[in-house]
Ligand binder design. Structure first.
Ligand SMILES: [Zn+2]
Length: 225
């Protein structure tokens, strides 16, 4: 399918690209473990590489939004108190080729287990056919009270963005179920909703989302110590 992008859209995409590059450069020196006992937060930006995830009406790829929010989130979490890992920190899938969704998800689980995650936080962007649903939704590993507690903290922090709390929703997802630790999937908004889509490519809105997720994570970890 052919997409025609306005000059303004190109400028926004270019700006987001620059931010991602800058954050990637900063992160490369910040991902070493702080101590053997600090909680380990594994951030999992969904999709990547040849797997774009959802695609917005003007050609915005979910994978890029997921990565931008995740990179900002990683820089906001206090590096002196936590060990933070990303399953990907650029536009490459964590799994080696050939790509299949199953192999990709299994590699993310393997990394989380290898890094001895305390919590596992996937970042994704939603889509649905009517184009009317908007806002962030936090999904948690079905049947896991600690995952629900983590999701509740993050949901409450995200409520400052739209003035209402959307209750966390249980879900059966391979990465969440096999991570072996409290696990959530933060769907940061809907690419199929015009307002959400315009906000989700904006770096200051991405920062607001990341700040809320960071606050929710810290709240959960402090209560759980
Ligand atoms: Zn996704």
């Amino acid at each position: 399918m052919k997409f025609t992008l306005s000059l303004r859209t190109w400028m926004v995409l270019a700006f987001v690209g620059i931010i991602i590059s800058l954050l990637s450069a900063r992160l490369s020196t910040k991902l070493l473990p702080v101590s053997d006992t600090s909680p380990v937060v594994v951030i999992d930006p969904g999709h990547g590489g040849q797997d774009p995830g959802a695609v917005g009406a003007n050609g915005v790829y979910e994978k890029n939004i997921n990565l931008s929010v995740s990179l900002i989130l990683a820089t906001l979490l206090p590096q002196k108190q936590l060990t933070v890992y990303l399953t990907r920190s650029n536009d490459q899938l964590p799994s080696s080729p050939p790509f299949t969704t199953l192999r990709d998800l299994q590699q993310r689980v393997l990394l989380s287990r290898r890094w001895h995650a305390t919590i596992f936080v996937s970042i994704h962007t939603n889509s649905e056919p009517t184009g009317t649903v908007q806002g962030p939704i936090v999904y948690y590993r079905s049947g896991s009270p600690l995952s629900l507690a983590l999701a509740t903290n993050v949901s409450q922090a995200l409520s400052t963005l739209n003035g209402r709390v959307i209750p966390p929703r249980p879900i059966h997802q391979l990465v969440l179920e096999q991570a072996g630790v409290p696990a959530i999937n933060v769907e940061v908004g809907f690419l199929t909703h015009p307002l959400d889509q315009s906000r989700l490519v904006n770096s200051s809105y991405q920062t607001q989302i990341a700040q809320a997720v960071s606050l929710g994570i810290l709240h959960y970890l402090r209560r759980g110590q």
